[in-house]
Ligand binder design. Sequence first.
Ligand SMILES: Cc1cc2nc3c(=O)[nH]c(=O)nc-3n(C[C@H](O)[C@H](O)[C@H](O)COP(=O)(O)O)c2cc1C
Length: 186
Amino acid sequence: MKFDEILRMRRSTRSFDSRPVKEGDVLSILEAARLAPSACNSQTWRFVTVTRPEIIRKICHGAMRPVIPNRWLEQAPLVFVGCSQLDVIANRIGSGVTGIEYYQIDLGIAMEHMVLKATELGLGTCWIGWFDESTLKKILNIPNKIKVSALLAVGYSKDESSKKRKRKPLEKIVFSEKWGQPIREK
Ligand SMILES: Cc1cc2nc3c(=O)[nH]c(=O)nc-3n(C[C@H](O)[C@H](O)[C@H](O)COP(=O)(O)O)c2cc1C
């Protein structure tokens, strides 16, 4: 599949069928994360893979937040829990100077690599950011010094017809040379 096709095909999947994700595919997705760039090559990302339905159920019913409780997560056959090791010195010094939380950027890049690899493998994915970190950490026994920033549900999409979400046109999100200067004449 061409890269452009992968980008255009990807959309968030919130309905999964019961097929498990093959072990080889889980490893290919994790390998895509491993190859990602990171600030100072610090590779602060860590992942927990969760496939046991009883644990996924626990996460779904115990660690989601109200208003958007993400109940669909219960059907997902695989959940990657995206974590970061916070005590990496190069990373802490860099962030202290610039005020940029590099570990968050690094994890985001690595997890989007995972999303795109999963798409290439014919799998659906959905990021989850609306969860309660402390409850999740208790369920998965994740130590305090680890930050959990996102979950990624993965599986075979049940509903292929899920709608493509609209995007803002480039003119709305890009400036040319200086802030405020439009990229194209209208
Ligand atoms: C960091 C992040 C957190 C997200 N959290 C959730 C979430 O908690 N629940 C959910 O259903 N979708 C979540 N999403 C998915 C977005 O709603 C979705 O990407 C967006 O609406 C665009 O739709 P698309 O992915 O189908 O193109 C999240 C996406 C990102 C990148």
